[in-house]
Design a protein around this ligand. Structure first.
Ligand SMILES: Nc1ncnc2c1ncn2[C@@H]1O[C@H](COP(=O)(O)OP(=O)(O)O[C@H]2O[C@H](CO)[C@@H](O)[C@H](O)[C@H]2O)[C@@H](O)[C@H]1O
Length: 487
């Protein structure tokens, strides 16, 4: 029997996305279905999501949830982009302008505690059998926004459903003032070390990490890093207590959406066999970023421009990078100070540093297809997806030795180059100097065309799909259903 899964997340690509969570919550269910599982995905019916459901995708009501955190709610069912979706339609919580977490003016929605407790509560009801004909074996909750689901499940006393919480980023924990506890509808006993109490506040992720049958995170190295005081962000003790119930499974990417041979966003499609054709994308990229047309390599960034991503270090190293004969194409948005630092770097080197602030899926594809390398100097990185896209597109990753970056790139040290296994450059410690040194090492590899192309081709041949990782989730689910501890 294949497990039946309820996946719960606050964002799912291609319906709504603010980061890598959406990519995973959109692609993993499809990869699991390819392996024969039934997966339904629950997410809030944000206006952006409802607006996408055109062309014959009409959501049908399937469950009433009266008085869900101050208003009546329903669950709607619809198929979209091959996903079997359950939408939590709670207008008092989700039908409003702004993003999934923030208002139009950039503040957190004041009632985020209620919005995501509602998502989790609805998930627990559904996992408990509230929808006729759909009895999940596994409730799989992603990040803090869904992490109360296993808590509700446990305190509802639901039997026969196993729960998994996946940490995509431990920096976001969903901690709220203690006075909301009384409104969560949890028993008093949940205000405890085993429940949601977290240093005097209510910790959604903390509660979920305790209550879930298994905790996973998105790479083996990050699974180790979060057991340390530096990486654990206050939760290392709890996580260490989970022992072999904490598992790292590396992310994949959707290799149909990310396929340079068929990608409709590219000026020129290409494959391992037609790698030379890639040059046309580089010319187009130079033009798009206002860079001079020449033979120097173009290293790119596609990222949230934040401290986590080490973007301040790149801004610090930018002048030296440019004087080493490398050009930069920087794309993303985030911290205003970092955006300003990149604008200033562009002003100093207008035809060697191109900067675009914004969010654009097609542009992200064009950049991966045209740049020579992608720089990812993260201070911590649970998995990282852009290095996987880079590998697939022949855009060589230059990454810091942290988390999933360390797990997915093979560093071009002397031995790896000699034995033809290198796929990128890895550096440590995460400083501007060591980043600059890595850029120079990568530039030197670029200047040896045969070696460079073999690295590009090896990256393009690397399996970055979901297949192997989805199989690991299936194994994990089966083990849980059969009562086996994870391996
Ligand atoms: N300006 C822009 N325009 C268009 N697309 C853009 C963009 N900026 C970023 N993206 C895209 O957004 C995604 C970001 O993926 P990351 O792995 O960097 O995730 P993030 O840090 O958000 O998420 C967390 O969750 C994911 C999923 O588990 C982990 O891989 C990661 O380590 C963890 O921090 C990629 O698909 C990237 O192409």
């Amino acid at each position: 029997m294949n497990p039946v899964v309820l996946s719960v997340a606050s964002e799912i690509y291609p319906l709504i996305k603010t980061g890598g969570l959406a990519d995973v919550a959109g692609a993993l269910p499809l990869a699991l279905e390819d392996l024969g599982l039934r997966v339904r995905s629950l997410l809030p019916a944000y206006p952006t999501v409802m607006a996408k459901l055109t062309n014959g995708s009409t959501p049908e009501p399937i469950l009433d949830l009266p008085d869900l955190f101050g208003g009546n709610a329903r669950v709607l069912t619809v198929r979209y982009a091959d996903l079997d979706l359950l939408l939590l339609d709670a207008p008092h919580l989700f039908d409003r302008p702004g993003g999934p977490y923030i208002t139009e003016t950039g503040q957190d929605h004041a009632d985020n505690w209620a919005r995501f407790a509602a998502l989790s509560k609805a998930a627990a009801e559904i996992a408990g059998g509230a929808i006729a004909g759909f009895q999940p074996d596994i409730l799989h909750a992603h990040d803090w926004q869904a992490a109360l689901a296993p808590v509700y499940l446990a305190f509802n006393g639901t039997k026969g459903v196993r729960s998994v919480v996946t940490i995509h980023n431990l920096a976001f924990q969903g901690a709220f003032a203690p006075d909301i506890f009384a409104k969560l509808g949890l028993p008093r006993s949940a205000w405890s070390l085993e429940g949601v109490e977290y240093y005097g506040s209510v910790g959604y992720l903390k509660g979920g990490l305790h209550a879930a049958d298994v905790v996973t995170t998105v790479s083996p190295t990050y699974a180790e890093e979060i057991l340390t005081p530096e990486g654990g962000m206050g939760l290392d003790g709890l996580l260490a207590g989970r022992g072999n119930r904490l598992v790292g499974i590396v992310n994949g990417i959707d290799t149909d959406a990310w396929d340079p041979a068929t990608d409709a966003a590219l000026p020129q499609t290409y494959s391992v066999k037609t790698l030379k054709a890639r040059a046309r994308n580089k010319r187009a990229l130079e033009a798009e970023f206002g860079l001079a047309h020449n033979d120097d390599p173009v290293f790119c960034v596609i990222s949230r421009l934040t401290w986590q991503k080490g973007m301040d270090l790149l801004a610090e190293a930018a002048d030296e990078i440019v004087s080493s004969g490398v050009r930069l194409a920087i794309f993303g948005s985030g911290d205003r100070m970092i955006e300003g630092a990149f604008h200033a770097a562009h002003a100093r080197h207008p035809d060697r540093i191109g900067v675009k602030i914004g969010y654009d899926e097609a542009l992200a594809h064009r950049i991966q297809a045209g740049a020579d390398a992608i720089i990812i100097p993260s201070r911590f990185e649970p998995c990282g997806l852009t290095q996987l896209c880079g590998l697939r597109y022949g855009c060589v990753p230059v990454v810091s030795r942290v988390g999933g970056l360390a797990d997915t790139v093979i560093n071009a040290n002397y031995a790896a180059v000699q034995s033809n296994v290198a796929t990128g450059t890895i550096f440590a410690p995460v400083t501007a100097k060591s980043l600059h040194d890595a850029v120079v090492r990568t530039r030197d590899l670029y200047r040896q065309p045969a070696l460079w192309q073999s690295m590009q081709k090896r990256g393009m041949a690397t399996d970055v799909s979901w297949t192997a990782s989805a199989a690991r989730y299936v194994e994990l689910y089966r083990g849980l259903i059969e009562g086996e501890p994870p391996q």
